[in-house]
Every structure is written in structure tokens, then in C-alpha cells.
Write a protein that binds this ligand. Structure first.
Ligand code: BMA
Length: 361
């Protein structure tokens, strides 16, 4: 056991940027400080995926400049504090991401949100670099091995990381500095539905994937605007499983949790309370922030879901933020935030009015 811990520490040290390099640039430092202040006050930011790009029954036009429309704002008068976006497709230099959003609009809306005082976070559902399938193509267990150093797809995959870095470098503010971004790659790895999932690679391969990603983006390319989040999925999560593939304190800033409701409200509350407390304990022991990086109940059939299910599940542990998933404009049943007239709209307003919930005004 001791030997394993010792090796992990050496790997983490070896991959962190050299000591004279600072961890964050000034904007990311200020944002992390803001996170620490919010966490100390027990505040919880509310977040929503793709919020400014489309909603349950609308989509921004190509001419959009302001990015003011939002299902969340239409319901409660404020934007979500955290704006989630996805990079899937940037690895191929596609014009649009996997959910049909122009990368130019993703960037412009993110910069608007940051200028309003909001926080931006990116997930990444990259295609499968070995088979050519999508992120959910788990037909081969060789994918992670193939992209690590020495693997047959390593050079190819480093090209994908270059495309990610080139895109992140375009998130410039007026003074030429970069917009800080929470980057949350290789998420839900405790499940096996993505090609980087638990059954698809070994512990060492998963950690090496993180180290390679961090080393390239934050060290080699010097992207000090990135705040790194690690997000296990809730299903069957234990303290041991949170720690088993943890990439290391040198390269993680936020310990996250992804947890969706697939069962009764009571079961979901119990699961979320339990898994959040595990994540919180792990984060505290490692001096990290923690957040509910993805959550939700598809279609929001329960009118008081926000105050009677989500709120009691998070009120005790108080994650830094809770981000509910997207309101697809092309699938009327696939939504996780209310829109005007939706059954849980009034209750969502009551949730956002709670003292600890932070929105973007
Ligand atoms: C999933 C669904 C998909 C989407 C993917 C990435 O949960 O919303 O429709 O493509 O996330 O955003």
C-alpha cells in the first residue's frame, strides 16, 4: 500500500509544471480565490449546460451577438452562475460541436458570460481516436493504451490535444489575457460507457492519460487559465473508487461528481447525499474544492423537484456548484432546467431565491 502511494506521488511530481512556473494566471488565480470565498460562505452556484446557445424551443441565430436569451433567465430573471459547454468535435477541427453548436458561438457566448461575472466550464466528449467512433464507442479496450506515449495512435492523439489548445488560446479578453475555464476531461471514468471508462483501461493508463493531457495543455502550451476538475460518476461510488484513479493533487483543482436521478426521489436524495459526502471528504483531505459537476432529472416531472429533491440532497454538503444538463432544442423530452410554463418553473424560482444559491444577475 505504502509503495503504491509513494509511486503515485512521484508520478504527480514528475508531471506538474516546474516549480518556477506559476499554477494559474491572474484571472484563474482570482477565480479560484472567489471559489474559495464562496465555499467558505457555504454558497452553491447554479449551473446549466449550453444555457446561452439554445433552450427547450429556441436556438440562437448565426447573427447573435449578445447571448442574453436563456431558459433559466426566462424563468427566474437571472442567468445561471456557471455555464457548461462541450468541446466534442474540436479535436477534428469541426465547425460545430457534437450537439450542433458552432465553436465560434461557444467561445463568444462564454466570453459574454464571463464578462457578466459568470463562470465557464468545459467537458469534452471526443471521438474515439482508435476506432473512429464516438466517445461512447467502447468496442475496444486498447484505445487509451494506443494514445499514450509509445502507442500506435499517440502522435495522432497529440494532434487532437493541439487542436484543443489552439481553441482554448482563442478565449482572449480585451486586455489580451485568457478567460479562466474549468476544464473537466475524462469524466465519469468510474463507469464504462466512454472509451476512457473503468473497464476500458487500467488505473495506471487512466492516470497517464490525465498526466499527458495536463502536461501538454497547462505545461507545454502554458494554458494557465485552466482550472482542472476530476469527475467520477455516482453509480456504486465508494471512497476507495474516488481515490483509485485520482490523477494527483498536482494536477487536479476541483473534485467533482456526476449524479443523475434514474430512480425515486427518495433513492436519489440518499444516493446524492452519500456520494457527495464521500467526494467532500476526499476533497477536504486533499485540500481541494468539490462540486456537483453534472446532475439532473430528465424532463423534470416532479413540480417541486428543486426544493424537495435537489435542495435537501445538497444543502448539507454544499458543493461549490451544481450544474444541470442541457435543454435540447431538438428533443422535447431531453431537458434538465425549466423553461416558462414547465411544471417545475415556480419551484425553480424558489430554489434560486434560497440564501445559498448563487446566480449570475
Ligand atoms: C448527453 C446527451 C447527449 C449529448 C451528450 C454530450 O448526456 O445530452 O444528447 O450529445 O450529453 O453533450
Amino acid at each position: 500500500m505504502k509503495r503504491i502511494l509513494y509511486c503515485t506521488a512521484i508520478v504527480a511530481l514528475a508531471c506538474a509544471c516546474s516549480a518556477q512556473n506559476q499554477r494559474f494566471d491572474k484571472n484563474a488565480s482570482a477565480l479560484v480565490k472567489k471559489f474559495e470565498d464562496l465555499a467558505a460562505q457555504g454558497k452553491i452556484m447554479y449551473g446549466h449546460q449550453d444555457d446561452l446557445l439554445y433552450g427547450h424551443s429556441w436556438k440562437v441565430s448565426l447573427e447573435e451577438q449578445e447571448y442574453t436569451k436563456s431558459d433559466v433567465k426566462d424563468v427566474c430573471g437571472s442567468w445561471p452562475a456557471v455555464y457548461g459547454l462541450d468541446l466534442g468535435g474540436i479535436e477534428l477541427l469541426n465547425e460545430k460541436n457534437l450537439d450542433n453548436n458552432y465553436f465560434s458561438q461557444i467561445r463568444e457566448s462564454a466570453l459574454k458570460h464571463y464578462a457578466r461575472g459568470g463562470v465557464v466550464t468545459f467537458s469534452w466528449h471526443p471521438r474515439n481516436p482508435l476506432t473512429g467512433g464516438d466517445a461512447w464507442d467502447v468496442s475496444s479496450k486498447e484505445v487509451v493504451a494506443s494514445i499514450l506515449k509509445g502507442g500506435s495512435r499517440h502522435d495522432f492523439f497529440m494532434g487532437w490535444l493541439k487542436n484543443v489548445a489552439d481553441y482554448f488560446e482563442t478565449f482572449t479578453l480585451d486586455d489580451g489575457s485568457l478567460c479562466p475555464l474549468i476544464f473537466r476531461p475524462w469524466h465519469e471514468h468510474t463507469g464504462s460507457w466512454f472509451w476512457w471508462g473503468e473497464d476500458l483501461c487500467t488505473v495506471e493508463q487512466y492516470k497517464a492519460l490525465w498526466e499527458m493531457t495536463y502536461n501538454y495543455l497547462s505545461c507545454e502550451r502554458g494554458l494557465k487559465n485552466l482550472i482542472w476538475s476530476y469527475s467520477p460518476g455516482a453509480g456504486g461510488l465508494t471512497a476507495e473508487r474516488i481515490g483509485e484513479r485520482y490523477p494527483g493533487n498536482g494536477i487536479v483543482d476541483i473534485v467533482g461528481l456526476d449524479c443523475y436521478q434514474y430512480s425515486s426521489a427518495g433513492d436519489f436524495i440518499a444516493e446524492l447525499q452519500h456520494t457527495l459526502s464521500l467526494v467532500k471528504d476526499f476533497a477536504s483531505a486533499n485540500g481541494k474544492l468539490f462540486a456537483l459537476t453534472e446532475a439532473g432529472c430528465e424532463g423534470l416531472p416532479q413540480a417541486d423537484w428543486w426544493t424537495s429533491t435537489l435542495y435537501p440532497a445538497i444543502a448539507e454538503s454544499r458543493p461549490l456548484y451544481v450544474l444541470t444538463w442541457r435543454n435540447a432544442c431538438d428533443n422535447p423530452r431531453h431537458f434538465y432546467a425549466p423553461y416558462p410554463g414547465q411544471a417545475s418553473a415556480a419551484d425553480f424560482v424558489a430554489f434560486t431565491e434560497k440564501d445559498e444559491i448563487v446566480m449570475c444577475k
